[in-house]
Design a protein around this ligand. Sequence first.
Ligand SMILES: NC(=O)c1ccc[n+]([C@@H]2O[C@H](COP(=O)([O-])OP(=O)(O)OC[C@H]3O[C@@H](n4cnc5c(N)ncnc54)[C@H](O)[C@@H]3O)[C@@H](O)[C@H]2O)c1
Length: 334
Amino acid sequence: MEKVKVGFIGCGGRANAHFQKLVTFKDDVELVGFADVILSRAEGFRERAGEGKAFEDYRAMLDETKPDAVVIAIEPCAHGQVDLDVVERGIHFIIEKPMNLDLTKAEEINDLVTEKRLITSVGFQDRYQDITQKAIEKLKGRRIGLVEGSWVGGIPGVWWWRKKETSGGQVIEQNIHLFDQARYMLGEPVSVYAAGGKGIVRPAERNVPGYNVDDYSSAVIKFESGVVATLFTGCYTIGNIKTNGLTFYCEDCVVDYELRRKLTFRDNQGNVETYDHIVDGNVEQTYALDRVFIDAVKSGDTTKILSPYSDAIKSLRLCIAVQESIETGNVIML
Ligand SMILES: NC(=O)c1ccc[n+]([C@@H]2O[C@H](COP(=O)([O-])OP(=O)(O)OC[C@H]3O[C@@H](n4cnc5c(N)ncnc54)[C@H](O)[C@@H]3O)[C@@H](O)[C@H]2O)c1
């Protein structure tokens, strides 16, 4: 394979982040097709790429341009047939989280991916961060008891985010990043209990018609290792007061991870080490995710992909369980 032929399904905000990286891989990537139900978005990508063809219908793009791989970055509620059409054609893919709002459908796709031996990478970009890898190094061999984390901020602007039916809610759409980070660093969860609340966000005041997601929730997760993690999720704050990250309380140190910003290590001897997240060049996490995926498609070696569909589905399962616990009041065993 001289150049990997790549297509896009969905040409919105997140697709643009992948586009900006993939368009620089001139030596071994050809961008052959861009599909979006809003054609002008696909045309915008094509113009900026200076190659490929724009389509309104992703199936026409797949059949006409015959990509080796695609980037699927569409609304959470738009998954299903799109993914099946890609898988049935034997096309490798990067797919954005959450890969589906229906776990049974995600499992069906996961089985087909395995059967067809497709190369997949889910957009859990934070696994590829320098400070994530540093946190793993710092936590190695330590006794961890408690972990706390939060993703608390405002309401993103895209139309589909504010409705449970289209986004799945903030845990499934957004804080899934931290739930995934927790799994990546702590291993598999065994149970979760979560409670949520509403009433702070008044949809008319905030100009978010149809808003029906939880304003906030708190989830307590027990891991196989015995670690207990509590993760906060909230979208009700106004202005620049947000917190995102995870804090690991070990026997002899605290490791504080600020999402996409900084890692601070403090131990009981008074040592303090800080590591700033580097966002430049090939250290940046979406660049790394895309580069590793293209290399895997070229070589067939998938060992550097940190979040294949088969692993990411476990984070999706955890977040769907959190939502179920909020809605039923039950502890969900995983
Ligand atoms: N990994 C990350 O850090 C990260 C960051 C932001 C968003 N995301 C995820 O990326 C996904 C997309 O989010 P976004 O912010 O780009 O949304 P967006 O609304 O900006 O873009 C989605 C695009 O998909 C198009 N689309 C929908 N159905 C389609 C179809 N059948 N065929 C072709 N195009 C179709 C829409 O017209 C739209 O242009 C979401 O799942 C979101 O959770 C991930």
